[in-house]
Design a protein around this ligand. Structure first.
Ligand code: SF4
Length: 425
């Protein structure tokens, strides 16, 4: 059997997409610091915000008090708000103290928040000023993690988009592949190994593990997204000449196969070599999902909009686990980036962009799904009403991409149902 599963265009253009604007229940972009600081090992994320911002990232990251985390908060207090203290002087002082104490930091992100935006603190000028002071030991960049009109995965998008201008041209021009989006190191290693076996050897990952190992970029760079929430980053990469390889996201056996095949086609890999390289891991992925698919077959699932992973996840649970889609909510719909996954959704799938949480709750109650994927804020109220829930943020924190993670990804959907069965038994 051929390893390549064609994308049958069932519907990107034909799927109806409903837009809603109303009350939203989402985390802010500061949340991205949790996975970004683990990935980039010489970067530090300094939030310029309030005590609320500090509490959010500390509790989300589960920081132990004796650990030296690579993020912190410069608290904007009453003295800054009333103009008694100059906020820029305060930032300069905090950064100076931090860099003296932590010489391991090579890249510092000043991360804006709702409070810093409300008082119109210009962090881009602060970053430029501090870069000059601390160059060449430390590079200082800035982005916004504010929760005003954003959702939590946009923090990574804003971070990477702010970083793209730092990517320089290669010394020699040759066709290269850049995989874009934070992946767990173990996933990155697995994908790199598969690509190398296919003969795609010029592969870089963005963000890199160390800020000093930045990929280069020019018109011969082909990039492929590993995360679906990176629309601004994609625009910035294309402005530098890189070309996007269109593919469904690498979730499950079929998603990963299609993602890899899209690369293979762009790099002239033969079907025979592709099949040889992917056959064994693909079969392992199928076997690891089988038990969960048997449990989830025919179960109805409802996605509230939260992570922007909803459409690729809907494709995965419907196509590879046999679940029935009740509603697929997404905070934002980037049609080009989602086109390949949307084309694989069954005709008539109810996709909703944006949120009006009360109306959505009503539809959820009317549909009576077996499983609801939602943000933390909605999980408890829904559980209290008898629904079984899965926190969407877990699907961002957990390594889920690639063949070897397919079973773990399937388990994230079957485990809440198993737990519910035990509770009612
Ligand atoms: S950035 Fe805004 S939404 Fe996020 S924790 Fe701070 S105040 Fe709250």
């Amino acid at each position: 059997m051929s390893a390549v599963i064609p994308i049958q265009s069932a519907g990107c253009e034909t799927l109806p997409v409903k837009s809603e604007k109303g009350q939203r229940e989402v985390f802010c972009g500061l949340t991205g610091i949790i996975w970004l600081h683990r990935k980039v090992q010489d970067a530090f994320f300094l939030v310029v915000g309030s005590r609320t911002c500090a509490h959010l990232i500390q509790s989300a990251a589960g920081v132990m008090i004796f650990a030296e985390p690579r993020f912190g908060t410069a608290i904007i207090d009453e003295r800054d708000l009333s103009g008694i203290a100059d906020a820029n002087d305060e930032i300069d002082r905090v950064v100076q103290e931090l860099l003296v104490r932590r010489p391991d930091i090579k890249l510092l992100f000043l991360v804006g928040s709702c409070p810093s935006e409300v008082i119109k603190l210009d962090l881009s000028r602060a970053a430029q000023r501090l870069s000059k002071v601390h160059h060449p030991q430390v590079r200082v960049l800035n982005y916004s993690g504010s929760g005003i009109e954003t959702t939590f995965t946009q923090g990574e998008d804003a971070c990477l988009a702010s970083w793209v201008p730092e990517l320089v041209q290669p010394v020699t021009t040759s066709k290269t592949l850049m995989v874009v989006g934070t992946l767990a190191d173990v996933v990155e290693d697995q994908l790199r190994t598969l690509l190398h076996k296919m003969g795609v050897s010029q592969v870089s990952f963005f963000p890199p593990r160390r800020s000093t190992q930045l990929p280069t970029i020019d018109a011969s760079t082909q990039y492929i997204l590993a995360q679906p929430f990176l629309a601004d980053t994609a625009r910035c990469l294309e402005a530098k000449g890189a070309k996007r390889i269109d593919a469904p996201f690498p979730l499950g056996a079929k998603g990963t196969t299609r993602w890899l095949w899209a690369v293979a086609q762009n790099f002239g890999v033969s079907q025979a070599l592709f099949d040889e390289v992917t056959k064994a891991p693909r079969q392992r992925a199928e076997q690891s999902m089988a038990r969960h698919a048997a449990q989830l077959q025919g179960k109805k699932i409802f996605f509230f909009p939260d992570s922007q992973l909803e459409i690729p996840l809907a494709r995965f649970v419907q196509e590879e686990l046999g679940m029935t889609l009740s509603e697929v909510g997404t905070p934002y719909l980037h049609r080009q980036i989602m086109a390949a996954d949307m084309a694989l959704l069954p005709p008539g799938t109810r996709i909703v962009e944006g949120q009006d949480v009360d109306k959505q709750m009503d539809r959820c109650k009317s549909d009576q799904p077996d499983l609801v994927v939602c943000g933390l804020g909605l999980a408890n109220p829904l559980e209290a009403q008898g629904f079984t829930t899965k926190w969407s943020i877990e699907l961002v924190f957990t390594p889920i991409q690639g063949y070897e993670q397919a079973g773990d990804l399937a388990a994230l959907f079957s485990r809440p149902l198993t737990r519910r069965l035990k509770l009612v038994a």
